[in-house]
Design a protein around this ligand. Structure first.
Ligand SMILES: [Zn+2]
Length: 367
């Protein structure tokens, strides 16, 4: 294998800090009647010794069309974020905005239009460049950030939102690692990347989405980090986001988490209780594969996305089923793979709890 060059600084020194082994592509959902085996690819996180960017080492997969539905938690966080950014004075009245969106959806343009900004499409410069989980999907991080910086009008602001590496580390979120997501930003590493792109990070806001999501504002000129941002950098230093040793616990969490899930499902089954999953998300794929869960232990994963019906979970024989199966199967427990969905699914499917069932957060099993 050729030596890996950092996606941000091109450095070649670094460490594999998380290794999930060979995994199916998490957005390749085979048809239910496709017996497999599904193709698998190495899935490893590499931490650059030079710039500290945690990144996907190699990605031989080809992205599939996203089939997800937008969680209500994502929509309400976007509204909250735009309110907070506006209140802090970062949205110039009548200014031009452009957006680098995530392929998984979640545009902020409507919310920003309501704040008086104008969208002109992907042409020319903009006073506000919004990137909500977009940058992580770029294989060449340096080029992608340079492109965004070049699009900023004089005096413009770049608003970058990302799932914080500190959250992944402190929350044991090893299954955040997936093909197609090339970078896992610490605020510290991102600060360095921005500096090399000629930008100065100014402030940041933290949100509970995904257990800890950061929205950072950067400009070409102006002062340095404010207190909020400095406090996040201090948190990063405390966790050790640039230290390969700080990732050891994450690697250990894999087997512990997988075993806890398998044991819990086996115990539920031997007690005669019915369990189904909810949320055919990428992190469910990695968890179910590591825990060697099959349809005997988990007969279905419920997902609201019509595009996933008739398919099965990659790397397993577990079918994806529609929400109507919650009423039909009357499960004793619904294993939720996307904790941010909890409020939404409890409200949408009251029959689970009125029928005597309960929602169980898959991330908390064994922790
Ligand atoms: Zn680097």
């Amino acid at each position: 294998m050729d030596k890996h060059a950092c996606r941000a600084c091109r450095g070649s020194a670094g460490h594999i800090v998380l290794d999930l082994g060979d995994q199916p592509a998490c957005d390749y959902f085979p048809r239910r009647d496709d017996p497999g085996p599904d193709p698998v690819y190495p899935l490893q996180m590499w931490l650059c010794s030079s710039c500290g960017l945690a990144q996907l080492l190699a990605d031989p997969t080809v992205p599939e069309e996203p089939r997800g539905t937008e969680p209500a938690a994502l929509v309400s966080q976007a509204a909250d974020a735009v309110q907070r950014v506006a209140a802090a004075g970062w949205l110039p009245e009548g200014g031009v905005v452009d957006e680098y969106g995530s392929p998984h959806g979640g545009s902020w343009l409507g919310l920003l239009a309501a704040q008086g900004l104008r969208s002109v499409g992907q042409a020319g410069q903009a006073d506000v460049i919004v990137d909500c989980f977009g940058l992580m999907h770029a294989a060449d991080q340096r080029a992608a950030l340079a492109e965004r910086a070049a699009r900023m009008a004089p005096g413009g602001v770049l608003l970058l939102q990302y799932h914080a590496l500190s959250t992944i580390l402190s929350g044991g979120q090893w299954n955040a690692l997936r093909h197609g997501h090339y970078a896992y930003y610490s605020t510290t590493a991102l600060t360095g990347m921005l500096a090399r792109a000629g930008l100065t990070p100014r402030t940041a806001w933290r949100f509970e989405l995904y257990g800890g999501t950061v929205l950072l504002a950067a400009t070409r000129t102006g002062g340095g980090p404010d207190d909020a941002l400095r406090s996040m950098l201090a948190d990063d230093a405390g966790i050790g986001v640039g230290d390969p040793g700080a990732f050891a616990g994450l690697q250990q969490d894999i087997q512990a988490h997988a075993k806890a899930l398998h044991d819990w499902l086996a115990a539920e089954r031997s007690s005669g209780r019915t369990v189904v999953g909810y949320g055919a998300a990428s992190r469910a794929v990695a968890l179910l594969c590591h825990a060697r869960v099959d349809r005997l232990l988990l007969p279905a994963v419920i997902d609201a996305s019509p595009a996933k019906q008739g398919l099965r979970m990659p790397g397993t024989d577990i079918p994806v089923a529609g929400p109507d199966q919650l009423a039909a199967r009357r499960p004793d427990a619904v294993l939720l793979f996307v904790p941010d969905l909890l409020a939404e699914v409890r409200a949408a499917f009251p029959e689970v709890e009125t029928g005597g069932g309960r929602w169980v957060d898959a991330a908390t099993l064994g922790s």
